[in-house]
Ligand binder design. Structure first.
Ligand SMILES: Cc1ncc(COP(=O)(O)O)c(C=O)c1O
Length: 383
């Protein structure tokens, strides 16, 4: 099997599984308890906090553990909204993940205005168009760091600067679920106040994530209870998952040089596919600075993405049509439509996403099978 759906989820590193196994067998104590073995678990959790903070130019006490990217996005957006005393406006891009889009709809139902930033043909937020959307009443700007569908790296730093010029007190939220450990992020330098990340996209466990909230950012808790995480996120620490996440970050950091290998694989795969007439790329070119090293969105003209996906599965190659969350709903991708693709083009698209376990041989094999299937399916369609 060749697994090329790493934006949906990744296979955990062996070290992650070992860390979780050890925690569950030997270090199962409640990290908030007072006896020594529990204090030791708490110390390990703190080490994970430090490690995560160090990857983002943040401080250890700005890291809040959650149940994943979805909860982190919810806490950022609803947490800010719940502190507001007057109606304000919230700005996000049209291509956000449902974890942001659906949450921001709830903010709208609370009486705030929501404004959507358009994107250009390459899938990048159109900064010129954003200028008029931002004003002194903008409470929060939310933008994903990397698109889960096209791999486009969004201009967060420029956006943050633009928003702050309009309102000094604006909060900038970046959904970093697809970008964390793959694309650089320094929250201080880039002007990001709130950053959401998820364990299972970086070869860590599912059901664990982090919201990094800079000091001074007021957030109202969305989960109340025992007062963990400085009252911002109650609930017993999911220590196996947190330690597993820490291990994933450690390994991704140790293998950072391999991001070039990832990009080389993506570039190679696209070079093989692009030689065929009818196949087109969505998003920035793989070698562009705005292209993340791991996601490739490809349209196969005249063939439905779903047909291609199923045919590839038959040959042992797993990819997706659009994002995993949207694929079961059978909707045409809002991201691709916003980039100007016709329904037919969007419908003929598959997303190929690479992980640390893929090899160059996987790319050769996947491209050969994709091309052979595409030729067959195109010929069949003409008859
Ligand atoms: C950009 C983005 N944001 C948020 C999420 C949700 O993260 P999680 O699965 O950890 O809840 C995903 C997952 O696909 C994502 O791609």
């Amino acid at each position: 099997m060749i697994y090329l759906d790493n934006s949906a989820t990744t296979r955990p590193f062996d070290g992650v599984i070992d860390a979780m196994d050890r925690c569950m067998r030997e270090a199962y104590f409640n990290a908030s308890a007072a006896y020594r073995p529990a204090v030791d678990v708490d110390r390990e959790i703190r080490a994970c906090r430090r490690l995560i903070a160090s990857q983002l130019g943040a401080q250890e006490d700005e890291v809040y553990f959650t149940s994943g990217g979805t909860e982190s996005d919810n806490l950022a957006i609803l947490g800010v909204a719940a502190t507001l005393r007057h109606p304000a406006n919230f700005v996000c891009s049209v291509i956000e993940h449902p974890a942001v889009l659906e949450t921001i709809r709830r903010v709208e139902a609370m009486g705030h205005e929501v404004r959507y930033m358009p994107i250009d043909r390459r899938g990048l937020v159109d900064l010129a168009a954003c200028e008029v959307l931002l004003d002194e009443h903008t409470a929060l700007v939310s933008c994903m760091q990397v698109s889960n569908e096209t791999g486009a790296i969004q201009p967060i730093e420029q956006l943050a600067r633009m928003a702050r010029a309009k309102n000094r007190d604006v909060r900038v939220h970046a959904d970093g679920v697809q970008g964390f450990m793959r694309v650089p992020m320094h929250m201080g330098r880039m002007g990001v106040d709130l950053y959401a990340l998820s364990g299972h996209k970086i070869h860590g466990p599912k059901g664990v994530g982090v919201l990094v909230a800079r000091k001074g950012v007021r957030l109202a808790p969305q989960m109340t209870g025992g007062g963990q995480e400085k009252n911002l996120r109650s609930g017993t620490y999911n220590s196996p998952a947190i330690l597993g996440l820490g291990e994933a970050v450690r390994e991704m950091a140790a293998r950072r040089d391999e991001l070039d290998r990832l990009r080389a694989m993506k570039t190679h795969l696209w070079a093989l596919l692009s030689a065929e007439e009818g196949i087109s790329l969505n998003g920035p070119a793989p070698e562009d600075a705005q292209s993340a090293p791991h996601v490739l969105s490809v349209s196969f003209g005249g063939v439905r993405g779903e047909v291609m996906r199923n045919a590839l599965e038959g040959e042992g190659i797993l990819v997706s049509t659009g994002s995993a969350c949207a694929s079961h709903k059978q909707k045409v991708s809002a991201t691709l439509r916003a980039m100007g693709l016709s329904t037919e083009q969007a419908d003929g698209t598959i997303r190929i996403s690479l992980g640390m376990m893929n090899t160059m041989e996987d790319m050769d094999e996947a491209a050969a099978r994709m091309l052979a299937l595409y030729r067959q399916l195109k010929a069949y369609r003409r008859r």
